[in-house]
Design a protein around this ligand. Sequence first.
Ligand SMILES: [Fe+2]
Ligand SMILES: [Fe+2]
Length: 404
Amino acid sequence: MNSGLRVDPVLSSLERRANELGAYLYVLLRLLELECAWLIQVTNLSVKAKFAGDIGAYATVIQRLQRRRWELVSDEHLPSAHHEVELSIASIASRSDISDIVSSVLNVQRCLVDALRADLSSLEFYDEPSRGVIGDAINILHERWTIWAAEHQQDSEQFSLESLHSRNGTVRYSDQLATPRLPRMPGRPASFRFSDDPILRHKGELDLVTDDDCMRRFLHFIALDIEVCAAEVCAQNVVEHRQMPIDFRIDMARQISDEMRHFELIAGILEYFEGYVGQYPYSATVFFRSALGRSLEERLAIQQIIQEGNAIESNIQIATLLQKVGYDTFAAAFEFINADEVNHVSFGNKWLQELCGTNSSVYMGIIRAASERVGAFPGSRGIAEKVRRHAGFPDEFFLEYLKE
Ligand SMILES: [Fe+2]
Ligand SMILES: [Fe+2]
């Protein structure tokens, strides 16, 4: 007979630990998607870069926590946290003032580090692997907190994670939880001018190294209209496609942090040529092109596979040119940027192929449709076959686009 008493199932120590790691995962996944939305909104480029740095750091921690959780209980369930934690996160999600947002980020990071530290001291020797994961998480998150805290004020009102590990009244992570609204236009400083007219002036690549104005315009275009927009496109993928696996967010997050780092690198080279970001108008073309994609599949094809795919050959040519004229450090920067780009193209190929299934004609159909939609086609600067194979293009791609 049913006694009417609610009896909580007994949890094994492994499940308990997995749940605790899951609660951290929950907060980090929520922070990740919130910061993706703010990254698109915010107008200040250095704050945008800080969000990107956080996003990359969270992804590293999420990946390790997720792996450890799987080792403990092979649990495929989405993580959960106490509903009060979600209430606090949802209240932050509704903030619109950037200094309030930043102080909230500082607060949550601080609370997370404190909670992780308290956990670390209670972990037994038999759970050494979780100890390693939590120790790394503390270092990574504390470093992010330090970067923000150097320039920003923390709220006096403390975000509380006291109930984080409570098992009663938990909320499971889902794609329905509150996130900030995404703007149609990505944020840019008010002093920057928007224009549809192309700013590039070089006729051939040689113009770049013989005419500093051509070089400045080229670097400005890559930094602001390609790199920053690429980060924003990926951030939008994270916020709008939360039904995708956590691994998809991890890849997008890695790309976001890479793209903003590329922005900072190229802005540094622009300064060497006596230019500065904001000197020329911006177009945000890459952001709007991606918006032409009618599905996540098309967005991946437009951004990662067609545009970034073509950037592979373009970067090889630029690095070669820079090396030829003695700009060895800048050439090396472009080579390393290209290694990241190849990785981004491989994310596009991996997820598009995942979404399309094993039938490569579906994959090719998406590439063709996406190319038509944006008027850009794979291989406009040739096809570096070996590198592109490394980036995961299937045989059918080379049959169609590799011309003799
Ligand atoms: Fe990039
Ligand atoms: Fe990229």
